[in-house]
Design a protein around this ligand. Sequence first.
Ligand code: BG6
Length: 471
Amino acid sequence: MSFPKGFLWGGATAANQYEGGWNEDGKGASVFDASTAGSVTKSREFFKEVNPDIYCPNHVATDFYHHYKEDIALMAEMGFKAYRMSIAWTRIYPNGDETEPNEKGLQFYDDVFDECLKNNIEPVVTLIHYDTPLHLANAYNGWYSRELVDLFHRYTTTVFERYHKKVKYWLTFNEINCIAIGNPYMAGACREVEGVSLDQVTYQAAHHQFLASAKAVKLAHDQYPDLKVGMMLGGLFFYPDTCHPLDMQEYQKSNYQQYYFSDLMCRGYYSNRAKAFLKTKGVELVMEDGDEEILMSGKVDYLAFSYYMTINATHVYNPELKLAGSGIASPKNPYLQANDWGMEINPIGLRYYLNELYDRYQIPLMIVENGLGHIDELVDGKVHDDYRIDYLREHIQQMDLAINEDGVDLMGYTTWGCIDLISAGTGEMKKRYGYVYVDRDDLGNGTLKRYKKDSFDWYKKVIASNGDDLD
Ligand code: BG6
């Protein structure tokens, strides 16, 4: 068995956690630039202003802004066919509501894409990875405001026009479903509104994101027909905790909460199920004439998703339940091991999930995040990360089975944090995913020097053999 010819092997990063240079060359602050990390406060906290007295790990991150040539050379050495990254909206429109873009920001991504293309690496570009401009959060309450649809469209129009010859594969919103998993601020830049339920705020904001995404897809289809625009789903995939009928129901309900997002973006309308779901949450969407047409005209070309773990769903409320690595209270799966952050590792679950998604939508899939967050030790310039190799090998084996035994159309695999970067969830540096170790710690100490881990040579071999050699 083998992977299809042209399979997009590679790695993934995002501007907010990797780029740094947070206020250089005209860049504005995003919501991430006004946050701090678990190493300083207990968990990541978001503030209204950038506070120079509180350490924000994302300001420097692992400094792709000044290391992009070196980093892309490392990716090329591993043989990457694709590199998933994101553009920081705040580099192009610093506050999000200007009428003219920032040329220096545009130039930076021109340079990055040129560097990729020179090395035969296909960029896969996310338009927004949790980093709404801070100004839009404060002045508009983020995505709860419909005005963001047009502001985002201005940004999308600018970047499509500028880069359509260099970038073929695009994604609109990173993990769009995460706005409803306790993250309305990180994913939607919106805070609670007095007298309005949090669900109402969240699902209204999501409606605006759906419109913005659909408009981006339609723009690409109308003006740049060679482009492929996908959606990105946070792969929170639930197992029933037991075969108790009520656990099965809970499992279906928990998974539906994620499919609510992908159904809409892949099918282009609010189904009966979606309407009933909103009703049970007491949500009444405010829609304008023409919204339904916009959604229908902006169905995505492919579905990209992240996959790190599975989560057990139970109908039994138990105050003892621990927050799993997903941030969701759930019982432990006794058949799985977890990483230090409680993410339960389930390679076979990836095959199951690939089948679920492909059966449901029948459009090409791309895994744009997967990997093991782990504490790595740098000793004499080396990191022996066999645990990471094992994790990746087992997931790749299941991808192979899904493609060759089940007929899933999988276009590519870009593993998360291919060069070490800052964790989104906790802001830690010590939770590393990469093939390349970056010398930086939780408090911002370190030289930022890059070191190849053992997994670097292993992944190089995997790519060179198109997934045949996994030893
Ligand atoms: C995904 C996000 O949820 O998971 C990334 O798209 C994130 O931004 C990744 O970094 C891993 O999560 P964490 O919390 O370990 O960074």
